[in-house]
Design a binder for this molecule. Structure first.
Ligand SMILES: [Zn+2]
Length: 425
């Protein structure tokens, strides 16, 4: 792979170059210039920014976007989602995930954490799109006999391991209320044996907490810890109802919590991760969109505004989350597991970064971080570079029209688009 050098980007008011080699940043700074044979990209004064990390999603659920979104949760799942998910094949998931990757490239996300059916198809989509992802097939008790469920999970892990370095396999038990205690223990043991990350929904609703207390006598994080699933390689999606003791336990174990503010609001779960308490406890925190079925956007910068506003609103304190810290949360810099462990935009870090639109009216007058959190959305991204490859330039992504067309075809095949048309007539 040839090296890429970006010249004339602006960072902290200074013109800088970025030289990328082998998918990583080889050099960054005012003195960096292209070497002979480099692909050169002239940023012409555009602002350089870390790419974003979406810590929790179900990529192929772009196919379900806007379909039954006004129904209550259980009716939405039972009438719309589950019957269609039963019919999904590899190609549906591939094109749904390609559409998700397209949206993430357009809105500045380089890496995401995914939990969905046909994980190998998602991995193919991620590789073809040029992004990075940690992927796990969801583990549920209802899938069938335990042995078959375990065999399917192990087969998914084998398939994921066969992909390149852009893909990391994880084990993804859906939640403590859909996976039995023995299967959760098995998931923890399997993750430990293979040094895999664990990705699970935790403490999303009050009912989940009440049921956990009634059945196990402890709150969800303690229950997970008892079963051996709470460690440095664990990502907990939601964390809406975590109390102080749980946050301290999570921090002690070194696990990461990913807030999904827009999905929490849309599903009306009555809260979201209490960030000030999580920070006080020392918890690693990231941001996720959740799937497009329950958000319905994958624009992480747009969700960051909601997250920051809600933290101010619920704490009654407008100083509770400074904009620079909010941006760090969205780029994975406050949760090393999510971002692959490197401090972004440093030599040795993944060559994942963005150039912002030079004509963006949303930024340029006030403080950049504040403008990005409160005025901008993902549409401010002009150029997306992942692993040293330019995936979008001037707002254009290669193959975009085909991806949109093929995803629509798959949605029609599944009866989704057809029904939307009929309902809207
Ligand atoms: Zn989710």
């Amino acid at each position: 792979m040839s090296a890429l050098t970006v010249t004339g980007a602006v960072r902290d008011g200074e013109a800088v170059g970025v030289r990328c080699e082998g998918g990583a940043i080889a050099a960054i700074g005012p003195e960096v210039a292209p070497a002979a044979g480099d692909e050169v990209l002239d940023a012409a004064g555009a602002t350089l920014l870390s790419a974003l990390v979406n810590g929790h999603t179900h990529a192929a659920m772009t196919l379900f976007r806007g379909w039954g979104g006004d129904l209550p949760l259980m009716r939405w799942l039972e009438e719309r989602v589950w019957p269609v998910e039963a019919k999904l094949d590899d190609e549906d998931v591939y094109w749904g995930a390609r559409l998700a990757c397209l949206e993430m490239i357009r809105t500045g996300t380089a890496r995401f954490w995914d939990m969905y059916w046909h994980p190998d198809a998602t991995a193919r989509a991620v590789e073809d799109a040029g992004l990075r992802a940690t992927i796990g097939g969801p583990l549920f008790d209802a899938q069938g006999p335990v042995r078959e469920t375990q065999a399917q999970t192990l087969a998914d892990l084998e398939a994921l391991a066969a992909h390149g370095e852009a893909i990391e396999a994880s084990i993804a038990p859906h939640s403590i209320y859909t996976v039995s205690e023995p299967l959760l223990r098995w998931a923890g043991e399997t993750a430990a044996e293979r040094d895999l990350a664990i990705h699970i929904h935790l403490s999303e609703t009050e009912k989940e907490v009440e049921d956990c207390l009634a059945a196990h006598g402890v709150r969800p994080a303690s229950y997970l810890d008892r079963l051996g699933l709470l460690g440095e390689r664990t990502v907990l999606a939601h964390g809406v109802r975590l109390d102080r003791g749980e946050l301290e336990l999570i921090a002690e174990r070194g696990a990461t919590v990913v807030a999904n503010p827009v999905a929490n609001l849309k599903l009306a779960v009555g809260g979201m991760l209490p960030y000030p308490a999580a920070r006080r406890a020392g918890v690693a925190v990231g941001l996720g969109t959740d799937g497009a079925g329950s958000n319905d956007s994958l624009d992480l910068l747009a969700d960051l505004k909601v997250f920051a506003l809600m933290q101010r609103h619920t704490s009654g304190d407008p100083t509770v989350l400074p904009s620079t810290e909010a941006l760090q949360i969205a780029s994975g810099a406050r949760a090393p597991l999510l971002s692959g462990g490197h401090e972004p935009l440093r030599p040795g870090a993944s060559a994942d970064f963005l150039l912002l639109r030079r004509d963006a009216y949303e930024t340029g007058l006030g403080e950049l971080a504040s403008d990005l959190v409160y005025a901008a959305s993902g549409s401010i991204v002009d150029t997306t570079v992942v692993a040293g490859r330019v995936l979008m330039r001037g707002g254009e992504v290669e193959g975009e029209a085909e991806i949109v067309a093929r995803a629509r075809e798959r949605a029609c095949r599944l009866g989704i688009s057809e029904r939307v048309r009929r309902l809207s007539q």
